[in-house]
Design a protein around this ligand. Structure first.
Ligand code: ZN
Length: 57
């Protein structure tokens, strides 16, 4: 998600988004849900990837 925002190229857009999230509870909740999804997806990818240095499993 952060990479996507960077792809759109402006810290200004990000600042506006942050500002809006500070005021708008609906969007903030939505944003947090999205962040959670991104985090769990990344974790899932990390687990699916073959463990090179970590052979703990
Ligand atoms: Zn909103």
């Amino acid at each position: 998600m952060e990479a996507e925002l960077e792809g759109h190229g402006s810290a200004e857009t990000y600042a506006l988004l942050r500002q809006h999230l500070g005021k708008c509870r609906v969007c903030r909740e939505e944003y947090e849900v999205l962040r959670e999804i991104v985090r769990t997806t990344h974790n899932a990818e990390a687990l699916t990837r073959p463990p090179m240095s970590q052979s703990v499993f």
